[in-house]
Design a protein. Structure first.
Length: 121
């Protein structure tokens, strides 16, 4: 695998991830607005999202039940996962190229990304 092929694959991965997540959020957002357009809005109190939308398994389970708020959350999770997948794929590409230094650097970045996201949840 050449550097140009790796760059092309990674750019296609990023493009596909961003476009897919944007389409998921857009479509689910439109359906959400259609479903909830007549609900009164109270700005005096702040309402958190449901507790099952705070974990990845809860988001997936709710999205499988076609809950539009969960589908929007799933699209956002996909958007967050896109650069993580890019770093993981870069590490694999560097491994197949035999570039050990960049494999180590990519894995360190992947661990930092994963740790920071897990701490935020």
């Amino acid at each position: 695998m050449t550097d140009e092929e790796l760059e092309s694959i990674i750019s296609n991965l990023l493009r596909a991830g961003v476009i897919t997540s944007a389409m998921i959020v857009l479509l689910a957002g439109v359906v959400f607005l259609i479903q909830h357009h007549a609900e009164p809005v109270t700005y005096a109190t702040f309402h958190l999202e449901r507790s099952n939308l705070r974990t990845l398994t809860g988001i997936i389970r709710s999205a499988m039940r076609l809950r539009t708020d969960a589908i929007i959350q799933l699209g956002l999770v996909l958007l967050i996962a896109t650069p993580i997948a890019r770093v993981a794929f870069a590490a694999l590409g560097f491994y197949f190229e035999g570039d050990r230094l960049y494999v180590v650097v990519s894995l360190i970045v992947l661990v930092i990304l994963t740790f920071s996201i897990m701490r935020a949840i």
